[in-house]
Design a protein around this ligand. Structure first.
Ligand code: BES
Ligand code: MN
Ligand code: ZN
Length: 531
């Protein structure tokens, strides 16, 4: 029953990569014949104790049948293994002849009342990580509805992600097939949930791959090329996306002084990639803008050595908007999407822009550059200007923009800034429904005066005061969206995980904002963007 699908990767023609196939079936975990079965167990509240003195816990949903097949000793056996049903915990058991599958992986879901979609996503990932060497896996967690099934599917594919392209030997061997088990497998919305989960998770993993790729192999030119190639590689509905790449000459013709100004200190010239997905009867038009700094050395305002270590991640915003656009097209969401990704390498070469230089932006505004490490707002400004010309219902830009946002919100929460009060409330809620953490931040009135306080140009790129850097950057960007409705997502914290993997989030590129953008388009199709 296993279907192997192979995808060749360019580095070495001999290397092959498994793409895990995700499907849904109504089979029972006790009768399904896979190499391993994953089930969930909930823990008791902190005070709850079973008669035997061990912590009380209970099989969750479809796991009940497995517990029953093992007999009364099942829960005590788990307890003897030190398993308590805590979120993230796993126990791997041989199933003897009790089940048709030889191995059962038990994952903790935490307390029963707290099992939401995010808990399912994390548990699914924990289950996958506990398995090695299985060709086929079935997963039976207590997903009550289509949203729960979608969360399980996402947890599976996001949790299985690895980036082994640069290792001599692959460290992991993911299963070729994962089957989500649910009684409702035949429901249309459940089937849809599984295919949505696959499309969205693959988009997140694509963004992760781009972020993880070393900057010498992902220069602006190579990034643009990879984005164009994805259109044909992905096949299917991704082919409906129109790709346009502007090279240096085209950028000069367009007057993109911000993008060119940032790129001019590098031997690798800048690019702008424009994607357009234009379905037949769009319910709304969304413009997406992404920061694609393929490496941020800081330019002449050079970063420290440690400050640069993770700066290949500075194209995470571009990766997110590009991958999300393909996913929206693949899902056939009836929303028009026009996407602009500014790609440049911020380097301190002899031709680099200097603090004190004035750039003339695409909009015609002049900008006094005071810190070449505040480059993101310069490349975004030109792309935002292009986006306004497309006259969408909403512009969303995504950028690893400020270290200040990481100071304010930590590494797992993105900042949301906007020129529209309603969106400031709606976007974090949409993110939450997608399983991402985002929090609204203000653009205080005083920022307007600060961004327009250059002594020689229209705008001042950088605020020398050390506070409120995220808010100032947003106020600067706002100058380029004019009257358009606009949301800015600062993903500087969540885009890259330089600590250990957790839940379904790997080390390295995380694909932050992809799920929120796809969800935003889906909700826009249902009228969520109406004023
Ligand atoms: N790419 C950085 C922001 C960043 C910091 C992203 C940490 C991810 C993790 C951005 O270009 C930058 O250098 N910002 C400066 C702005 C400052 C000079 C006003 C910063 O945050 O220090
Ligand atoms: Mn910078
Ligand atoms: Zn940067």
């Amino acid at each position: 029953m296993t279907q192997w699908r192979w995808l060749g990767i360019t580095a070495e023609a001999t290397r092959v990569w498994v793409v895990t196939d995700l499907s849904v079936r109504s089979a029972k975990p006790t009768t399904v014949r896979t190499d391993a079965v994953v089930i969930g167990v909930v823990s008791a509240p902190p005070t709850g104790r079973s008669k035997g003195g061990g912590k009380a816990m209970a099989p969750a949903g479809p796991a009940a049948a497995v517990a029953k097949a093992f007999g009364r000793g099942f829960i005590p056996m788990l307890a003897s293994l030190g398993f308590e049903g805590k979120a993230g915990q796993t126990a791997t058991l041989p199933s003897g002849h009790v089940l048709r599958s030889p191995v059962v992986v038990v994952v903790g879901l935490g307390e029963e009342g707290a099992v939401d979609d995010e808990a399912l996503r994390r548990a699914a990932a924990a289950g996958m990580k506990a398995i090695s060497n299985a060709v086929s896996v079935a997963i039976a967690l207590p997903a009550a509805d289509a949203a729960g099934v979608r969360a399980v599917g996402e947890g599976v594919l996001l949790g299985l992600y690895t980036f082994d392209r640069y290792r001599s030997e692959q460290r992991t061997d993911p299963p070729g097939e994962v089957v989500v088990l649910t009684e409702n497998a035949r429901h249309r919305d459940v089937k849809q949930a599984v295919s949505d989960a696959a499309v969205v998770s693959r988009a997140v993993n694509l963004a992760r791959d781009w972020v993880n790729t070393p900057p010498r192999d992902l220069t602006p030119e190579l990034f643009a090329q990879a984005v164009s190639e994805h259109r044909t590689k992905a096949g299917g509905a991704a082919g409906k996306v129109k790709v346009t790449v502007l090279d240096e000459a085209a950028l000069a013709k367009q007057g993109c002084g911000g993008i060119l100004g940032v790129g001019q200190g590098s031997d690798n010239p800048p690019r702008l990639v424009r994607l357009e997905y234009s379905p037949r009867k769009p319910a709304a038009h969304l413009a997406l803008v992404g920061k694609g700094i393929t490496f941020d050395s800081g330019g002449l305002s050079l970063k420290t050595g440690t400050g640069m270590m993770t700066m290949k991640c500075d194209m995470g915003g571009a990766a997110a908007v590009l991958a999300a656009t393909y996913a929206i097209a693949e899902l056939g969401v009836p929303v028009k999407v026009t996407t602009f990704a500014s790609m440049a390498e911020n380097m301190p070469g002899g031709g680099a822009t200097r603090p004190g230089d004035v750039l003339t932006m695409r909009s015609g505004a002049t900008v006094e550059v005071l810190n070449t490490d505040a480059e993101g707002r310069l490349v975004l400004a030109d792309a935002l200007d292009m986006a306004t010309e497309a006259e969408p219902d909403l512009i969303v830009d995504v950028a690893t923009l400020t270290g200040a946002c990481v100071v304010a919100l930590g590494t797992r929460v993105s900042g949301v800034l906007s020129n529209d009060e309603g969106l400031l409330e709606r976007v974090p809620a949409i993110a939450d429904r997608a399983g991402e953490a985002m929090w609204a931040l203000p653009i205080p009135d005083e920022m307007k005066g600060k961004v327009t306080s250059s002594s020689i140009a229209d705008l001042r790129q950088h605020n020398p005061e050390p506070y409120g850097g995220t808010l100032y950057a947003a106020a600067f960007l706002r100058e380029f969206v004019k009257e358009q409705r606009w949301v800015h997502l600062d993903i500087a914290g969540p885009a890259f995980n330089d600590k250990d993997a957790y839940g379904y989030t790997p080390k390295g590129g995380t694909g932050a904002a992809v799920r929120t953008l796809v969800r935003l388009a889906q909700e826009a199709a249902d009228g969520a963007l109406a004023r």
